[in-house]
Ligand binder design. Structure first.
Ligand code: FAD
Ligand code: NAP
Length: 512
């Protein structure tokens, strides 16, 4: 039988799970991975990184965490071991070509989904040409593909570096400037040596910035305090059970989703969401009161302006490292809030303050340009612009998986959720049904409309951060659509009340 070629780019969690499900449909995918190991972002992190999603939510539906991992939030090492055993168990390694950097992909032929009927039955309009460079030898080869699955991730490789007016950027600074990804790439001992006895400024106050500031303060104490320079306060969670109620019961069950206006909802759901909106507001205030009770946010002028609900729906919530506020109290970490900053010879100048911050090292924990990374994969400007006209645009994907105008290609792992592993897995299950011809795609116009509806929902729920592509807080509604497409019953619980109030997790989807 003519075996159609599926190429997967990336062997992080999304690439591994895509590979596993392709194999389950009798395909023989090739996975190109530029690094020498699986795991993507989990292959190497800073020493203290652990999951910030509860492990029950961050596990494969048919491969649970082993009983030897007892903590709710496993360490990076435990996670990597778990991924390696997943890859071994499903015999994935033989499909992966490590040290193979995809330089670009290009489609030759007219691009259209209109006659899509599964990879074996559709007569392809054209083929993808995947140009792969060997990291070792720098030689290149071109692999043809009938279908490409992009699993290149968004929090790795392409750093977001702030821009500065001439003469005010890193070039005038006598110390060292690195991005958090360079710091994370260092061996643990080297990272410690790097910051030891140094005046360190960390720019950025989300998860990576928090963790790096903690590491610096552990190494240097109050002798060389670590200064965190940041623009906006975001809600941080010190625990996942405000007032003793697990957050999943407040934001990740069907009842919580009834309080939210949904993309393309009908009249009844819209009415219900409006009626329940005071409750939605009340829950957000309840969580905020809990966080403020536990953490001295007001004392450090760190109370966020936006609501907890809005930050959550924008995927802007970070788990606070234990002891963080103690470090602020004792002075081994100092917070400096400012809308902007610049460099001078000996450190950093922050807007509105005359006293400069002297520094030896500045670590930019300023995140990543995930959209740029995705755009870079496409050789042709046409496809790159379809993915996003600019790096600030939202990536328009139907079911957050395929672009209506880029045929024979899927993107897994771009838009975020409560648990990115859980979401990547269910997307891959949808995708292989699409590959088999069991998921019928609507017309391009209908896909566009659905994408617009989601865009409108995101603008309403996340405000100025809508382009972040975040499903958090509407995970079940999203999964329902994938289930319906696949012909599965979206109601996965036993009984009406359980279905309404119990949180949904990966194991609810173990069987179709
Ligand atoms: C430190 C850290 C902690 C996180 N913690 C959580 C968490 O607690 N919960 C959660 O839900 N999410 C978390 N995330 C988000 C995380 O990104 C996802 O959970 C998930 O691991 C992403 O997997 P991925 O395979 O989609 O992407 P990645 O892990 O980024 O993998 C992409 C892979 O593609 C490869 N690749 C990229 N471009 C090319 C190319 N051109 N050619 C060949 N190979 C290429 C890369 O080398 C990489 O191996 C965290 C992210 C970071 C950075
Ligand atoms: N499991 C874990 O423990 C763990 C650890 C690390 C990372 N992660 C995950 O990895 C992803 C990336 O995290 P991240 O912390 O690297 O990035 P991030 O969440 O994108 O945060 C970037 C930070 O940099 C700031 N920033 C961006 N541009 C700036 C500029 N021009 N000037 C000043 N500040 C700027 C942002 O400020 P504004 O908020 O003002 O925009 C924000 O504080 C997230 O999904 C995170 O959850 C998880």
């Amino acid at each position: 039988m003519d075996q159609k070629k599926v190429v997967i780019i990336g062997a992080g969690i999304s690439g591994l799970v895509a590979c596993k499900y392709c194999i389950s449909k009798g395909l023989n995918p090739i996975v190109f991975e530029s690094q020498s190991d699986i795991g993507g972002v989990w292959a190497k992190t800073i020493k203290t990184t652990r999951l910030q999603t509860f492990k029950g939510m961050y596990q494969f539906a048919d491969f649970p965490w082993p009983s030897s991992v007892t903590q709710d939030f496993p360490t990076q090492n435990e996670l990597l071991t778990y991924l390696r055993s997943y890859a071994d168990h499903f015999d994935l390694l033989k499909h992966i070509q490590f040290g193979s950097n995809v330089k670009g992909i290009d489609y030759q032929g007219p691009s259209s989904w209109s006659n899509w009927n599964g990879i074996m039955k559709t007569v392809p309009n054209g083929k993808w040409k995947v140009t792969v460079e060997s990291v070792q030898t720098h030689s290149t080869m071109v692999q043809e593909a009938d279908f490409v699955i992009l699993c290149v991730g968004r929090f790795k490789d392409v750093p977001n570096i702030p821009e500065f007016a001439p003469g005010t950027g890193p070039e005038v600074f006598r110390g060292k400037v690195v991005h958090s990804m360079d710091y994370a790439a260092m061996d643990d001992g080297k990272a410690e040596e790097f910051v030891k006895g140094k005046r360190v400024v960390v720019v950025g106050f989300q998860k990576q910035g928090l963790d790096i500031a903690m590491e610096c303060s552990s190494v240097n104490g109050t002798e060389y305090p670590c200064t965190v320079v940041y623009r906006n306060d975001r809600w941080k969670v010190a625990d996942f059970s405000p007032w003793g109620i697990p957050l999943t019961y407040l934001y990740f069950n069907r009842f919580s989703e009834l309080m939210v206006h949904k993309p393309g909802e009908g009249l009844l759901l819209a009415l219900l969401a409006t009626i329940l909106s005071p409750l939605r507001w009340g829950i957000s205030k309840l969580v905020e009161a809990h966080v403020k009770r536990k953490l001295p946010l007001a004392k450090f002028n760190a109370v966020p302006e936006r609501s907890f609900a809005k930050d959550l729906r924008s995927c802007l919530i970070a788990a606070l490292p234990e002891d963080f506020f103690n470090r602020l109290e004792t002075g081994s970490i100092i917070l400096k809030k400012s809308p902007s900053f610049s460099f001078y010879n000996d450190g950093i100048l922050i807007h509105g303050q005359t006293k400069p911050i002297e520094a030896d090292i500045v670590i930019l924990a300023t995140g990543f340009k995930g959209t740029q990374k995705l755009k870079n994969v496409f050789t042709s400007q046409h496809f790159s612009e379809l993915i996003a006209p600019s790096t600030d645009s939202r990536v328009p994907l139907y079911r957050e998986c395929i672009h209506p105008r880029i045929t024979q290609l899927a993107i897994i792992g771009f838009s975020e959720s409560l648990s990115n592993l859980f979401t990547s897995e269910i997307r891959c299950r949808w995708l292989v049904e699409l590959l088999e011809g069991n998921v019928k795609l609507p017309s391009v116009e209908e896909m566009d409309k659905d994408i617009l509806n989601w865009g409108d929902y995101m603008k309403e729920s996340s405000g100025e951060y809508y382009q972040r592509s975040c499903l958090m807080g509407l995970d079940i509604w999203y999964n329902d659509q994938l289930c319906k497409d696949m012909g599965w019953n979206p109601r996965r619980k036993n009984g009406f009340w359980a279905d309404l109030f119990q949180p949904y997790g990966p194991m609810d989807y173990a069987n179709p």
